[in-house]
Design a protein around this ligand. Structure first.
Ligand code: AP5
Length: 200
C-alpha cells in the first residue's frame, strides 16, 4: 500500500500515519521527522534545513526529494509506505511521480485531512502544552510567528496538490475535525477494499 497523507500543519497527519502503520504493517515516511533527525545529528542536510524549518518555510525541493528517494529504497519500505508531509509542492509531486515510475512502483491513494484553521491553532497550542508537561523540548516551529508562515506556505504551495491529485482520480478527502478514532475509520473507508486487501 502506498499512500500520501495531505493536510495543513496540525491536521493529524502524524497521528493517523501511526495508526495506519499499526493497522497495515507499512512504514511512515515523515519528511518533517527525517529533517528534524538531520538537524539533531548536525548533518549537512540538517545544517541547511535548521533555520528554514524554524521559521516555517519549506526546505528546497531537491533536498527533500533526495531524502525520500533514498528512504523508499530501504528494505522496510518494500511492503508499502505512508508519505506524511511529502509532497508539499507541485514540483515535489512531479518528482515523486518520476521516482516511483523509475522504481516500478505506483501511488495508490492520497488522503486529504480537512481541518479549520481555528482548530489547527488550538491543536498546536495543546501539543506545546503537552510536550512542556512531559519535559520534552518544544518544536522550534511551534510558535505563533512560524505557524503563520506554515499556514501561508500550505495555502500557497501545498494546497494546489488537492487539484493535482484530484485530476488524477487519487484524492480522497476526509473530515479531520472529527475525533481521532472517527478520522481513522473514515480513512479506512476511503481506502478502497482492493488497496486494503493488497496490504503492504
Ligand atoms: P512536519 O513535521 O511535516 O510538520 P507539519 O506539516 O507542520 O505538521 P505537524 O507535524 O505539525 O502536524 P500533523 O498534521 O502531523 O498533526 P499531528 O498528528 O502532529 O514539517 C515540519 C517542517 O519540516 C516544515 O514546516 C518544513 O520546514 C519541513 N518539511 C517537512 N516536509 C517537507 C517537504 N516535503 N518539503 C519541504 N520542507 C519540508 O497532530 C497535531 C496535534 O493535534 C497533536 O497534539 C494531536 O494529538 C492532535 N490531533 C490530531 N488529530 C486530532 C483530532 N482528530 N482531533 C483532535 N486533536 C487531534
Amino acid at each position: 500500500m502506498r499512500l500520501i497523507l495531505l493536510g495543513p500543519p496540525g491536521a493529524g497527519k502524524g497521528t493517523q500515519a501511526q495508526r495506519l502503520v499499526q493497522r497495515h504493517g507499512i512504514v511512515q515516511l515523515s519528511t518533517g521527522e527525517m529533517l528534524r533527525a538531520a538537524v539533531k545529528a548536525e548533518s549537512p542536510v540538517g545544517r541547511k534545513a535548521e533555520a528554514i524549518m524554524a521559521r516555517g518555510d519549506l526546505v528546497p525541493d531537491d533536498v527533500v526529494v533526495a531524502i525520500v528517494s533514498d528512504r523508499i529504497d530501504q528494505p522496510d519500505a518494500r511492503r508499502g509506505f505512508i508519505l506524511d508531509g511529502f509532497p508539499r509542492t507541485v514540483a515535489q509531486a512531479e518528482a515523486l511521480e518520476s521516482m516511483l515510475t523509475e522504481k516500478g512502483l505506483r501511488l495508490e491513494s492520497v488522503i486529504e485531512l480537512q481541518v479549520d484553521e481555528g482548530a489547527l491553532l488550538k491543536r498546536l497550542a495543546s501539543r506545546v502544552a503537552e510536550m512542556k508537561a512531559r519535559g520534552e523540548p518544544v518544536r522550534p516551529d511551534d510558535n505563533a510567528e512560524a505557524l503563520k508562515t506554515r499556514l501561508d506556505v500550505y495555502r500557497t504551495q501545498t494546497a494546489p496538490l488537492i487539484a493535482f491529485y484530484g485530476k488524477k482520480g487519487l484524492l480522497r478527502s476526509v473530515d479531520g475535525m472529527a475525533p481521532i478514532d472517527t478520522v481513522t475509520e473514515a480513512i479506512d473507508r476511503a481506502l478502497s477494499p482492493e488497496i486494503v486487501a493488497r496490504g503492504g
